[in-house]
Design a binder for this molecule. Structure first.
Ligand code: PLP
Length: 400
């Protein structure tokens, strides 16, 4: 069988940092993905919160094809290109941030954000400034991003990492205040912890950290890589409470599948780095920016965040009903918009649930920390897809 042959080949050639499921995907349409045997899967993972517009969106495809037809996929950042200017203009207009730097991934956006923080403080004469990050956070796998990731099991095998990082407790303002001293230069947090188990930041916490940063002239960095781009029902999660960061990071759904991320800076952070301080060969090339620009147009014209909010309410009701039906298996339901999670009792092995949903019911789900299953479907799902997910998921829960 073609699936087995490809699985065997993959097993031989890939550096094994993932335990992959034994499925080889081939094509997709809307909110469904098909494997090489043409079996159809309902996608409630969106490639880990990436494919916000689902698969085969006409405008995204048109933008991609048009740029290919122009023949210019890459120029380097020594020159300007129109798609990058357009995408950056749209991002600044939609956020009120001042400046944009395009990267190839979320992790790289975090690296840039951390460099702005260090550079801003250095410019003020504060060398070796410290960064306060959050326990339970996830910011990526490079050495810098790992340094601010609040999970020992990710960090420890690669220490020593970037120094000068301290960890506070998420949503606990006093724990942040207790760490601020004259060496502190920045605070970084996800506006909504995804990987860490689906925990939204409270309004009080976001406003409190903003105040601490204003009082102490610190750089406030919001990581919106997973929760941004409409997922919480707002284009960016911080916009719900109007707590603007000095620096924010975005990636994932910005490219709907093409690799692009960005860090955005405003006010005092927007000119901290100087020419020569940072760069990227590919970052912001015309191919990926043409797609990001089209994605941003669709988000605006079709009010994708508004749709995510409406569908989120519908998903909330469905997951609440599931939680009520299986009280011995499910202990908590968290989230908002189309980023929600069900936390399972410690005796339920969620890897088995995810695996059974995928292999037996053709339902794609992903896990998060705290024995939680994450529901991050494409933002374009409709009620019928939520109903289909509910039916399949309850079959899984009946059988485990
Ligand atoms: N930050 C957050 C909040 C994320 O969820 C992720 C990835 O899951 C990253 C950073 C890293 O992004 P990437 O995998 O694109 O490098």
């Amino acid at each position: 069988m073609v699936n087995d042959r490809l699985l065997n080949e993959g097993e031989k050639v890939f550096y094994k940092t993932y335990n992959r499921f034994p499925v080889v995907f081939d094509h997709a349409e809307g909110v469904y993905i098909y494997d090489v045997g043409d079996k159809k899967y309902l996608d409630f993972g969106a490639g880990i919160s990436v494919c916000g517009l689902g698969y085969g969106n006409d405008l995204v495809n048109y933008a991609l094809k048009s740029q290919i037809e122009k023949g210019l996929l890459h120029t380097s950042n020594l020159f300007y290109n129109e798609p990058a200017i357009e995408a950056a203009e749209k991002l600044t207009t939609m956020t009120g941030m001042d400046k944009v730097f395009f990267t190839n991934s979320g992790t790289e956006a975090i690296e840039g954000a951390l460099k702005i923080a260090r550079r801003y403080n250095f410019n003020k004469g504060k060398k070796n400034s410290e960064i306060i990050a959050m326990q339970g956070s996830f910011h990526g796998r490079s050495m810098g991003a790992l340094s601010v990731t609040g999970k020992d099991h990710y960090r420890e095998p690669f220490e020593p990492l970037v120094g000068g990082v301290k960890f506070a407790t998420y949503n606990d303002l006093d724990s942040v205040k207790a760490l601020v001293n004259e060496n502190t230069g920045a605070i970084i947090l996800e506006t909504f912890q995804g990987e860490g188990g689906i925990y939204p930041a409270t309004e009080e916490f976001l406003k409190g950290v903003r105040q601490i940063c204003d009082d102490n002239d610190l750089i406030l960095i919001f990581d919106e890589i997973q929760c941004g781009m409409g997922r919480t029902g707002y284009l960016f999660a911080w916009q719900e409470y109007d707590v603007k960061p000095d620096v924010m990071t975005v990636a994932k759904a910005l490219g709907n599948g093409v690799p692009i991320g960005a860090f955005l800076a405003s006010g005092k952070a927007s000119d901290a780095m100087k020419p020569g301080d940072h760069g990227s060969t590919y970052g912001g090339n015309p191919l990926v920016c043409a797609v990001a620009s089209a994605v941003l147009d669709v988000f605006k014209e079709a009010d994708i965040p508004g749709h995510a909010k409406t569908m989120g309410e519908y998903l909330w009701k469905a997951l609440d009903e599931i939680k009520e039906k299986y009280p011995e298996k499910i202990v908590d339901h968290r989230g908002k918009g189309l980023i929600q999670g069900l936390e399972f009792a410690p005796d339920v092995k969620i890897s088995d649930v995810v695996s059974k949903a995928l292999l037996d019911k053709k339902l794609i789900l992903i896990s998060a920390e705290h024995n939680t299953i994450r529901f991050v479907p494409p933002l374009v799902i409709e009620r019928e897809h939520v109903a289909e997910m509910k039916e399949k998921f309850m079959e899984v829960l009946d059988e485990i």
